[in-house]
Write a protein that binds this ligand. Sequence first.
Ligand code: ZN
Ligand code: ZN
Length: 129
Amino acid sequence: MFSVAVRAVTASFRTCEQCGKVFLGVRKICDACFAKEEQEFELVSDYLRDHPNAQAKEVSDETGVEVAHVMKWVKEGRLIARINYACERCGATIHGGRYCAECTAELGRDLQKTKAALLRSNDGYYSKR
Ligand SMILES: [Zn+2]
Ligand SMILES: [Zn+2]
């Protein structure tokens, strides 16, 4: 999960994943969106300092930051607080990674199925359980 963050960075023209603007840089999002995200990140980490076991949904409601952003930071390992959210596969409550321990083990057992599940997950994994 951390391999993405340590790969060598070279500035190039990119399309911002957030607003779609073309910009020159090393990030996936433009400077304006990055600054906004940093502000949101501050809000969320402040909230989690006071409420260490908050649900992702609760954090979103209290800070006004989208659940998707909160989850992104959790999955990137940026938010160190314990935060509870649903396993992407079975919906069980977890607080680290994308899947619960059971699903991780199951997915590890069958790589073919994992690939298929990941392909499917690209078009809306929230719609199925
Ligand atoms: Zn942007
Ligand atoms: Zn699971």
